[in-house]
Structures are given as structure tokens and as C-alpha cells.
Design a protein around this ligand. Sequence first.
Ligand code: NAI
Ligand code: MG
Length: 397
Amino acid sequence: MAKRTIVAMPGDGIGKVVLDEAIRVLDAVGFDAEYIHGDIGWECWRKEGDPFPARTQKLLEQHKIGLFGAITSKPKDKTEAELAPELKGKGFVYYSPIVSMRQKYDLDICMRPCKTFKGNPLNFIRRGFGGVIEEPIIDTMIFRQNTEGLYGGVEWTNPPDQVYDALMTHKKFKENFAWCPRPDLAVSTRIFTRKYTTRIVKAAFEYAKSKGISTVTVCEKPNVIRETSGMMLKIAQEMAKNDYPGIKVQDTNIDAQMMWLTKNPETYPVIVAGNMFGDIVSDGFAGLIGGLGFACSANIGPEIAVFEPTHGSAPKYAEFNPSIVNPIAMVLSAVMMLQHIGEMELAAKISKAVGELIEEGKVKTYDMMKLAGNPDVFSKGAVTTQQMGDAIISKLK
Ligand code: NAI
Ligand code: MG
């Protein structure tokens, strides 16, 4: 088979160190690939006024598969302030490059698995009947709509005339918000389209069907956000009725769902949600299986797919040398990539190695020891990011 080409986009901060480890693990398992570096992130913004440069876009269009570390995004006042002097005042506007990437390439299906690793000291435990301590086994796949909703980027402060006039045609707006001076009014839209809502719901049902799972949980808030959440729930209910008779739709509200996380998380094997609620509920579930050091994800579009840990660039640890952060989330994202391209055997080998390593419990990064992230973690027994990579590699043999 021809050598695979993968676009490697480390981005900012700890994105670089974790991606290096994932590539070392991929090499060690025998995945025959060439990694083509793609620039992305805050440095590109500062120096070029574009955090997702056209040359990186071309690479993705050509090679179709990307591994992504993390980027740094900063609040509005910092974006202009940190631009190179010659670019200031030239009308450059910052958009999060990962959000732009998802939208540009229709990477609308976001999958975020949250699966308990046996022996992980960070596993969630709870008190059961009679005071017994239970450690529930969680195996949830979260389907997050990745391109629309509250993260769609359609928003204004001091909305222009047409927008304001249109808002004023809405009874609720007129009654409750007309008092607000326009410059003090900020509006972020929550747009759901039938096409993309159907796609994410369908992806959740297909996954459930393929795994023999009998429920799909729509985690939204249709009782209050009647139009958008309501649309997703209705689509799911109709789909279950027409196309997946063996699968039942559970309907939970995002707020109650967060409470149920600590009560009965094992009863939600498949969750589907819009962009923001999917983001929230997936971080919540990640907390039950070890936190951001373990949370991987896939962004899948019709042609292009990009795999990334759900954590960010963790700037406070970016300069640590040696690095302390956990590369497992990135390594597991690489596993999702292998599964996506059909390299099931290699994917299984890495998953098994990671599972064994965690269960053995000898090699731990600082987060697995519940330590504060300080440079002294090594003297307390934590391993470096690279040592964790080495340990995974040694388990592959
Ligand atoms: P973050 O995920 O970077 O870090 C939050 C905390 O989680 C860290 O301080 C650390 O305690 C822990 N953590 C994260 N990754 C870890 C790892 N691999 N091992 C061990 N511990 C880990 O989120 P934060 O602090 O909210 O954001 C930092 C920057 O990252 C911001 O600029 C934000 O915009 C960006 N960000 C980027 C994302 C992306 O690239 N997809 C996603 C989330 C945030
Ligand atoms: Mg998040």
C-alpha cells in the first residue's frame, strides 16, 4: 500500500509535545506514514494576521487527514494588541482556526468517546446503596454537532440596522430587550439547520446500531430552546420511528444531564447534542474517566477528517522543560484516526498498550497522581510527557 500522508498541525503550547509523542507511537506500532507539517495557531495570527494560513488549508485539501494538537485563542482585546506592528489596524479579524477548519471543511460530525480505563486512579467513584463504593464502567460516545449552533460565529455587538429591525419584529425581543441601548446589546445566534442536525443525529443512530446499543440520548433543552433543541429532538424521534425501530430516544436536558453524570453516567452509551451542549457534556464525561489528559476526539467531514485531543494548549505548562503533560488524549486521538482510515489492527494494538499501562499503574503523569502542575512533580514520582510516550511504545513490543 502507498505510504499515507498525514497533515501534522501541532499548533501552540502543549499541542507540540503531545503531537510529537503521538507520532512516535504511530511510528512504533508500524503505521507507515509521512507527516507533513501544517502551521496553525496564535503565532500565525501574530506574524501573518491569519491563524489558519492558506498553505495549511491546501495541505488539508490535498492529504485529507489531519492530526491536530491544540491552539491558543485569546480574548478580543488581546488579538489586536498582539498582532505584529506592521499588521495592526489593517482590518485583520481573528477567528479560532479550529472552529474555522470545522466550518470550512464541513467537519460537522464530532465524536468524543469517554471510556473508563481499568485501574486509572482518576476514575470516578460514587457511593452506592448501603454505603458501598462503586466505580462505574463508563463507555459513552458523544456526538457533537461541530459547525453550527452557538459556536457558528454569527454574532454582533451593536447589531446593524437590518438585524436590529428584524429582532424588533419578534414579540419577545420587543417586550424584553427594546429598552437596551444598541451599543450595549450583544447578540450571538444559535443556528441549527435540518441538514446538519439530521447528519449528526444519523451518525449517532448508526453508531448505536453498529454496536448493538438500544438508546440514543438527545441532550439539549427543548422545553426552553424550543426551535433549535426542539428541531434536534423531533428529528431524532422521527428517525427512530422510521429507520431504527430497535433504538429508543432518551431526551435529557443539558442541566439535568450534568447532574446525572455523577448519579448514573453508565446509562448513557450514546449522546447527541448541538455544538455548545456537546462541548459541555463531553468535558463533563471526560472528568469521569480521568480528565483532559484522556479525552480524545474526531472531527469528521465528507472528505476531510481531523483528530485532536479535546484539551487546549495549556499555556501555563507550555514552557515546562521537560514537559509534564499527559500525551494519552493525543495518542487516543491518533487511534481514532487509525480506526477512521481502516487500520483497525494498529488501532487496537495502541489501545491495548495504553490500557495495560494504565492498569499496571507504574507509569503516571502528574495529572494521574492528582498533583498540582508544578516542575517538582518528577521528584514526586510523575513521569515526563516523553517518558509516558516511551512507556506506551515499550508496551507495543
Ligand atoms: P486547556 O485544556 O488548555 O487546559 C486546562 C487545564 O487542563 C490545564 O491547565 C491542565 O490543568 C489540564 N490539562 C489540559 N491538557 C492536559 C494534558 N494533556 N495533561 C494534563 N493536564 C492537562 O484549557 P484552557 O486553560 O481553558 O485554555 C488554554 C488555551 O487553549 C486557551 O487559549 C484556549 O482558547 C485554548 N483551547 C484550545 C482548544 C483547541 O485547540 N481545540 C480547546 C480548548 C482550549
Ligand atoms: Mg471544550
